[in-house]
Design a binder for this molecule. Structure first.
Ligand code: PMP
Ligand code: GLN
Length: 382
């Protein structure tokens, strides 16, 4: 392994899902739904396969039907206009979009400010780009960004802000006011911004504001999203980038040499999914809101300190009230103790480990009976 990848051995998600399989525990660790997305979307993929659409290399930027559907989605939900030919790029999930964006936009030695705790691929991709990570830490109990801290973190070497809202794992949804201040700093210091918005349709309290919609941000922002979360097909790995033509073109250059293309028939199916009526998106959110409340209440009864998320399908908790200090040790022991798998937030902290030491994340994108069963098992801990 080259030194850039030191410390990036196996992702926590693979480790914890393997632990769940080995122990037969309920897996509330890795964030994936235990029910597939809409039947008609699955059928759309089957139809595309049968009709021979996408079985050979699709066009590099993505099939035209999907690029048009992404552009329509951005207009319908966010009032944003993107030219499907020059301002939209289809990627192998949000994961490739993040990698290609960072590889395309960073020079070795550049500094990237990111909200910590953060999704694990950010750290690996910043390292692979030879850049340097600078944390802006979200701290319990409110997990808001301290904008004075952000101002202090900006140096002459800062090139890019890497944001994620709704935020995995804390569930923070950045407010319009917070985003406005962040945008102001980006303009003042001439920074680029990459925003990971894969949970854009999972906001329970507040609203999702795409940073790119704020003044001065269009020419400096790359927005990322994915069908995996919104349509519950995480295995299809269809993601996308929207932004101004020069930035999207730069990301496309890097993307060409990572995967070139992917997911041919699934791209056609996702184009149909993006055109589902508004009710699909509302029902999806309301279903998960009820699950959030079920799990949050259950975890509270089981003795956890619960930080109820404004968005995403994750709940961050603190295990200190259960007499536990270390989330990693707690999660390693949890399957044996009560048959549940969770993820320690410590693994999302690279530079401020103390801030997440006793925090543990639970995913609630699971069937109601599974969540109930998990809550009953977790009560045994008290
Ligand atoms: N960003 C965040 C914040 C995530 O939680 C995830 C998890 N799936 C991803 C990106 C990756 O998305 P995809 O599966 O589309 O690659
Ligand atoms: N995003 C999901 C999570 O945070 C997992 C994705 C993955 O396994 N890479 O749990």
């Amino acid at each position: 392994l080259n030194r850039r990848l030191d410390g990036h051995g196996t992702t926590i998600f693979a480790e914890m899902s393997a632990l769940a399989v080995r122990t037969g525990a309920i897996n509330l660790g890795q964030g994936f739904p235990d029910t597939d997305g809409p039947e008609e979307v699955r059928e759309a993929a089957v139809r595309a396969l049968r009709e021979g659409r996408g079985n050979q290399y699709p066009p590099g930027p993505g099939v035209p039907e999907l690029r048009a559907a992404i552009s329509d989605h951005q207009r319908r939900f966010h009032g944003l206009t993107f030219d499907p030919d020059t301002e939209v790029l289809v990627t192998a999930g949000a994961t490739e979009a993040i990698a290609a964006s960072l590889l395309a936009l960073l020079e070795p030695g550049d500094e990237v400010i990111a909200l910590e705790p953060f999704y694990d691929s950010y750290a690996a991709c910043i390292d692979m780009a030879g850049a340097r990570r600078v944390p802006l830490t979200l701290r319990a109990p409110h997990f808001r960004p301290d904008l004075d801290e952000l101002r202090d973190a900006i140096s002459p070497r800062t090139r890019l802000l890497l944001l994620n809202s709704p935020h995995n794992p804390t569930g923070t949804v950045l407010t319009r006011a917070e985003l406005g201040e962040i945008a102001g700093l980006a303009v003042e210091h001439n920074l680029l911004v990459v925003t990971d918005e894969v949970y854009e349709h999972l906001v329970f309290d507040g609203e999702h504001v795409p940073l790119i919609s704020l003044p001065g941000m269009r020419e400096r922002t790359v927005s990322i999203s994915s069908a995996g979360k919104t349509f519950s097909f995480t295995g299809w790995k269809v993601g996308w980038v929207t932004g101004s033509a020069p930035l999207v073109s730069a990301v496309r250059t890097a993307k060409q040499y990572l995967t070139y293309v992917s997911a041919g028939p699934f791209q056609y199916a996702v184009a149909e999914a993006l055109a589902l009526p508004d009710a699909y998106f509302t029902d999806f959110r309301e279903d998960l809101r009820a699950k959030r409340d079920l799990l949050a209440d259950g975890l509270t009864e089981a003795g956890f300190e619960v930080y109820r998320p404004q968005g995403t399908y994750f709940i961050t908790t603190d295990v200190a009230p259960l007499g536990e200090k270390d989330g990693v040790a707690f999660c390693r022991a949890l399957p044996e103790r009560c048959g549940v798998v969770a993820v320690p937030n410590a693994v999302f902290h690279y530079d401020t480990p103390d801030a997440g030491r006793s925090q543990v994340r639970f995913a609630f994108c699971k069937r109601v009976e599974v969540l109930r069963d998990a809550v009953n098992r977790l009560r045994a801990l008290a």
